[in-house]
Design a protein around this ligand. Structure first.
Ligand code: SAH
Length: 357
């Protein structure tokens, strides 16, 4: 196992400091970054960097630390799911999706998750560790390399709670947006959180114009507590108060994610309660038919109820969409990640098995 630091964990200033410490010219930093974000995985490929410097970099850093463990390609759309293996053997999942308006990637922010949402597969396996900012970036670079495609949109909605890995997340976002990095505009980045209220206030202060998604899933504290334990710490009122301040201060719309679970949060009463809670807030509601989650007796609402729910919101003037599902045949949909990596794979097309689980 390599002890070298992952150069993707560094931002421009940090690499500059290193260059100053070895008495190297500062302009070389940008040259090195350019190579890295063009996807090279070895310093030897950096042809305009003197050999001596390449050797120093090689002695101190590695570039990519992810390897493809398995790759699944959907038969019904262009979705690809990657199981990437980290340097310590942990496995994370990344999903590549093709839309008319561009390519999106859904990345993981942690190995596992502490939030214990009842419907979510990522929670069931517990929490191992945070990902570094470089490991978040590496998912994108490795996927660009393997697909040969550009990435237009990044969503931090894979395994983990991004606001529970706050500092690494912020560093990653800034590196992702950097002109010497992949230069992805903040407006093309979305973060999804289950609602760590204190962190929403911290995030507000960063003034990054990304899209913030809140996994709300119920407008009723009792129901939400049953499925999302985080509600015990932060009530819905506290969460919505933070959202109001966020939208007012940044003038940016928030997306509320709302999974529809049969008999739990999908009645007309639930819809009216949601309207009352968020009416007047600068927002958009994304309804998600819940994906079957193992043994939990969680059932997807039927189409009629989903449409009724949507219509109540629309008639109340709340912009609402129903999420299109991609990659459903390879368990690449929301809330299905990672559980499958530890079970036997039953669906999808294994086209690149490097190893057996
Ligand atoms: N921890 C973050 C991001 C990861 S989950 C969050 O809670 O937002 C990404 C999205 O998938 C969230 O909206 C989450 O609620 C949703 N999700 C989790 N399990 C799901 C399931 N079984 N079906 C549909 N969506 C699910």
């Amino acid at each position: 196992m390599s002890e070298k630091k992952n150069i993707l964990d560094l931002n421009l200033e940090e690499l500059k400091e290193f260059f100053i410490s070895i008495k190297e010219k500062e302009y070389r930093v940008e040259q090195v970054f350019k190579w890295i974000y063009q996807g090279v995985t070895s310093f030897d490929e950096m042809s305009n960097i003197p050999k001596e410097l390449r050797n120093i970099l090689n002695d101190n850093f590695s570039i990519s630390k992810l390897t493809i463990f398995k790759k699944y390609v959907s038969k019904v759309d262009y979705t690809k799911k990657y199981l990437y293996q980290l340097i310590d053997g942990n496995i994370i999942e990344t999903v590549f999706m093709k839309y008319k308006h561009g390519n999106s990637i859904c990345i993981s922010s942690q190995v596992g998750c502490k939030m214990m949402c009842k419907f979510c597969a990522s929670s069931h396996l517990g929490f191992a560790r945070n990902l570094t900012s470089g490991e978040m970036m590496d998912q994108i670079l490795a996927t660009i390399k393997d697909t040969g495609e550009n990435i237009n949109n990044v969503v931090v909605m894979g395994i983990g709670e991004p606001f529970d890995n706050y500092n690494n997340l912020i560093k990653f976002l800034k590196n992702l947006n950097s002109k010497t990095g992949l230069n992805i505009g903040y407006r093309h980045i979305s973060i999804s959180t289950c609602g760590l209220v204190d962190k929403i206030y911290d995030f507000l202060k960063e003034e990054l114009p990304v899209t913030l998604s809140i996994s709300l899933h119920s407008a009723d504290n009792q129901i939400r507590k049953k499925i999302m334990p985080i509600t015990i710490e932060y009530s819905i009122d506290k969460l919505i108060e933070a959202c109001k301040i966020y939208t007012k201060t940044l003038k940016r719309r928030i997306t509320f994610e709302y999974i529809l679970i049969d008999g739990l949060n999908d009645s007309k009463k639930d819809a009216f309660k949601l309207v009352k809670l968020i009416k007047g807030l600068l927002c958009h509601v994304n309804l998600i038919p819940v994906n079957d989650s193992s043994d939990l007796n969680i059932k997807r609402s039927n189409k009629i109820n989903i449409n009724k729910f949507r219509n109540i919101l629309l008639e109340s003037g709340i912009e609402t969409t129903i999420r299109r599902e991609l990659g459903s045949d390879i368990e690449a949909a929301c809330g299905q990640l990672r559980r499958s990596s530890l079970n036997k794979y039953k669906t999808g097309d294994i086209i690149f098995p490097l190893n057996e689980l």
